[in-house]
Design a protein around this ligand. Sequence first.
Ligand code: 13P
Length: 254
Amino acid sequence: MRKTIVAGNWKMNGTSESIRTLLADLIAGVPAVEGLVTLVCPPAVYLSQVKAQLGEAPVEVGAQNVSAHPLGAFTGEWSLAMLQDLGCDYVILGHSERRSLNGETDAEVAEKVAATLAAGLVPILCVGETLAQREAGETLSQVAAQIDAVLQRVGTEGFASVVIAYEPVWAIGTGLTATPEQAQEVHAAIRAQLAGSDAAIADKLSILYGGSMNAGNAAELLAQQDIDGGLIGGASLKADEFLTICAAAAESRK
Ligand code: 13P
């Protein structure tokens, strides 16, 4: 059975004080369930603090971005070696906010995925369509193209160690959620795209849904056959909401 992953993308939120409180609540309530990975992705400046506070708690740590370069004159960036140094095992890549606000291209995202795999960290590759693309009937072709750019770079074998997050851009931070049927359709198409070249890798691939997932809608989304967890923004900043989603994820594995 593939892994279920509940990941909190804290984006650019929190202070050392608020993070201490949030984490203490998460540590107290997180379910330890075989096959369920719980993950928090704080702003990079707080990675050390988070790692230290978590200790042996069953919560993994991820970054929200990384440079594809190993080191050097890249002001404002950080490297995979630095993330490894901090004990960080996951990296969110190609988030729609980075694609739209920082101009990250499919080719740059593919380079970052390749560098992340080479370093032995797990990339969480974000894909998704805009509202205009959905309305134009281009959802599946858009998502397939974003994945294809990475496939061309790392091959299907690379996806043995990749996690995909399907995040419809129109659902992010808007309170609009894809219906379970809409999300399932895209998740199944992603799995079919990879199954075309390697059925075993496709079957093992964890595909997360992201976009206004919350305590109220998580169970229904996670019950879908090809939805293997969530990448959660706003609701990951509230311990009770996030823990309810974790509990729904644990339930979905039964
Ligand atoms: P929201 O859950 O706030 O919609 O954000 C989703 C997201 O972008 C996670 O990466």
